[in-house]
Design a protein around this ligand. Structure first.
Ligand code: PMP
Length: 752
């Protein structure tokens, strides 16, 4: 710190005698407020490192060049008598500038007029800077400059919360993919680069001053507007509406192209990400002054808000604010409908009375072509969230390196197998990779039939296990359902052990009934090869197998060498919250486990996990080969899923959110007798709709699902009567999301 004597000495060349001095915040300089005897205020900046001189000199000259052209004040250096802008003393240098009075933008009331004037102020500065060049400024790479967002990436690690890290990774990734390729073609200019709410001074609805040119950079000019918007819309109830006013103001003075305006959707969150990375690093280095952290909380809030905004909506709103026509996606929507009719069988179904045309998605949100954001309370395939950046990167990196098949050695195969099997009991220690749940079902059945030398198969009523011929033949949901031809001769159906309205004895009773049925078969000399079941029947209407059912039935199956195949395609990978695998709920270890759907978050991958005995017996001379099963890209995607599950503690989140969700639904059930049963575990839930006569209420379930969709919440119905509302969202689904679903459900039920 410099002492008062030195301050007096530094001010001498300016003929200023300080009556009062006060230290101010500063980054690379020591800053002092100086008040003279006539109460005139100045800011004195003293720089200790001569290495900073070149850039400070460049900055000071730039301010000098523009100050006369601006409708607001800037910290223009006051020349010393001999017209020098700096005072040099033993290694340090100083400059003096007038203290600019005014109310900070951050503290002002943000009327529409003020927001428009903010846009205009940024434009007037950029117009003044338009033709200025400076080699020192153009050659530096500042982490605050959005185009150099990569410099912030190493700081992501300082963010403590994995869910927040993921948001930053996502928005940086979006910037990289969809904005950066445009950068070389955008108009560049020297920009202020820190048009933030604590650098801008206001009076009423006018911008009266702009401070701190320390971050000036040569960058795409649109970044100036992006930064001005970013800070001005922090903590705004309607950030898009506020941003539109700023765009309107800027555009009226110094227009951008439609392309540049659309890029704002990526640039604004990117600047927020740079800011939160900087705060995280400052915190970890204990440089967390109030000044450094001032926008941290509102920045996180805005990032979390931004992910709920559809890119289509934001881009179109911004385009209209800038006087451009919005992008109209209706031709591609109409084309999708026509092509659907023309090229596909009507057997391929669509959800909802009015189907949704999705354009993109992120985590638990899906965005449609009309600019709406849907809360995804339904899709279980993107287990860790739609378009998770870690998965996109894993897939893309591996696809650039090697994609081949299991006829060769490669690291991804073995390392993923090892990781996956570490989640299983020791007995289940061999894996076959395929590329769908159906292929896994098919292979599991081959393995079981090969091992037992038998052909007959035991299944549960309403079960579904796959779309191949073998899959359909063991899926009562299909062969007993619409268009089905009943069970094949070798398929024997056991009742679904459903305890709704049942007693504690139900599991035992169902097991006894199953044993009876199997014994009857055995009396006819039919011993089945296997019994296949989900631990919570998805297509059966999210029905958990009654307690004790398998605990009692399984020893009987073992005694008769009937293999148990657990279909964990829907229930596996932590979704159930309190258990990683569904079979843990029943306290048994099956002989074979089928995996699919969420395994690689939507990338096609399935597997059969089994014992050494069963796997070895399969090696009878016939080679097992799947062209895609276990390819390195799929293995990398699947490895990323397990990594994210651990990193973001998503099983725990599924447990906590699921318990909360069920509690909310149970409360709702007290209000509405049409809610018959609330069931499931973690984020795999079912709500059964019934009539006054306690019969399935299919009509109401359908109305509710469609109305939820009209309220931008995705769910579906299932079960033999299609009267069960299913919710099985990505595991990043939050309590707030659950609350939103239940609140909307409440409103809908009240209305109907
Ligand atoms: N088993 C279960 C329990 C399923 O829900 C499904 C798919 N709905 C399958 C198997 C078949 O998986 P895939 O669609 O990947 O072939």
């Amino acid at each position: 710190m410099i002492d008062r004597k030195k301050i007096i000495a530094l001010l001498e060349p300016f003929s200023i005698v300080p009556a009062h001095t006060e230290r101010l915040d500063g980054y690379i300089s020591e800053n002092y407020l100086v008040v003279d005897a006539e109460n005139k205020k100045f800011v004195l900046k003293n720089y200790a490192d001569p290495a900073d001189f070149t850039l400070i000199h460049a900055e000071t000259s730039l301010i000098q060049s523009v100050s006369g052209k601006l409708p607001f004040k800037v910290p223009d250096a006051i020349p010393v008598q001999n017209s020098l802008l700096f005072v040099y003393t033993d290694g340090s240098f100083s400059r003096l500038m007038p203290f600019i009075e005014g109310l900070f933008f951050a503290e002002a009331d943000h009327s529409d007029e003020l927001l428009i004037n903010l846009g205009k102020a940024a434009a007037s500065l950029d117009l003044a800077l338009k033709d200025l060049r400076n080699a020192d400024i153009e050659s530096r790479k500042l982490f605050w400059d959005i185009q150099h967002y990569r410099l912030s990436k190493p700081r992501i690690g300082y963010i403590r919360h994995a869910g927040q890290r993921k948001l930053v990774e996502y928005f940086f990734d979006q910037l990289e993919q969809f904005a950066c390729p445009e950068f070389p073609f955008l108009p560049h200019s020297i920009i202020h680069n820190d048009f933030n709410d604590w650098n801008i001074l206001t009076e009423g609805n006018n911008i009266t001053g702009l401070l701190d040119f320390g971050d000036i950079a040569y960058s795409p000019r649109i970044n100036e507007l992006a930064i001005a918007i970013t800070y001005a819309i922090l903590a705004k109830e309607n950030p898009v509406a506020a941003a539109k006013k700023i765009i309107e103001g800027y555009q009226s003075a110094y227009p951008f192209s439609a392309k540049e305006i659309q890029l704002l959707y990526y640039l604004i969150p990117a600047r927020l990400c740079i800011s939160v990375c900087s705060s995280a690093e400052a915190k970890s280095a204990r440089r967390d002054s109030d000044y450094v952290l001032i926008s941290e909380k509102p920045a996180w809030d805005l990032l979390e808000r931004w992910i709920t905004l559809s890119p289509v909506l934001v881009k179109n709103e911004f385009l209209s604010a800038a006087g451009f026509n919005p992008v109209d996606l209706s031709p591609s929507k109409e084309q999708a409908v026509l092509r659907r009719k023309k090229y596909f069988s009507p057997a391929m179904g669509l959800s909802y009375r009015e189907p949704v045309h999705i354009t993109s998605s992120a985590f638990q949100y899906m965005y449609d072509a009309d600019g709406n954001t849907y809360l995804d309370a339904y899709n279980n395939i993107p287990l860790v969230g739609h378009c998770h950046p870690y998965i996109s990167r894993a897939i893309s990196n591996q696809a650039r390196l090697l994609n081949t098949n299991t006829r060769y050695h490669y690291t991804a195969l073995g390392s993923y197998a090892e990781k996956l099997l570490s989640y299983f009991p020791e007995k289940l220690n061999k894996v076959f990779f395929v590329n769908s749940g159906s292929a896994a079902t098919d292979l599991a059945i081959r393995l079981a039939k090969n091992f037992t030398g038998r052909d007959h198969q035991l299944v549960l009523k309403h079960g579904y296990h796959g779309n191949t011929q073998i899959g359909i033949d063991i899926s009562s949901y299909k062969f007993d359902g619409r268009g089905g031809k009943g069970n094949p001769e070798i398929t024997h159906t056991l009742p679904l052990p459903k305890i709704y309205n049942g007693t504690n004895e139900s599991g035992r009773a169902y097991a006894a009934e199953a044993i009876n049925q199997i014994e009857e078969l055995m009396a006819k000399n039919i011993i089945p090869a296997f019994f296949i079941a989900e631990m919570i029947s998805g297509c059966g209407g999210q029905v958990p197998l009654a307690d004790q059912y398998l605990k009692i039935l399984f020893p009987f199956l073992q005694k008769n060498k009937i293999l148990l195949i657990a279909d964990e395609v829907q229930t596996g990978f932590g979704r159930l919250g309190h258990h990683f695998w569904g079979f843990e709920m029943q306290g048994i270890i099956p002989d074979l486990v089928i995996l699919g759907k969420p395994m690689a978050n939507g990338h096609p991958m399935g597997a059969v996990v089994t014992t050494t005995e069963i796997a070895d017996a399969f090696a009878n001379g016939m080679e097992f080969f799947s062209s895609f099963g276990g390819n390195p890209v799929s293995c990398e995607a699947a490895r990323a899923v397990l990594h994210i599950l651990e990193e973001e503690q998503l099983q725990q989140q599924a447990a906590e959110t699921g318990d909360y969700y069920i509690a909310l639904l149970n409360d709702l059930q007290k209000k509405y007798p049409v809610l018959g049963d609330i069931r499931g575990s973690g984020l795999f839930l079912g709500v059964e709709f019934i009539t006054e006569k306690n019969e399935p209420n299919t009509e109401l379930a359908s109305v509710v699902v469609n109305r939820l969709k009209d309220n931008f919440i995705l769910t579906s119905t299932d079960g033999p009567f299609n009267n069960v509302l299913k919710s099985k969202p990505p595991l990043c689904f939050t309590k707030k999301n659950a609350k939103e679903v239940v609140t909307r459900l409440d409103e809908i039920l009240k209305a109907v």
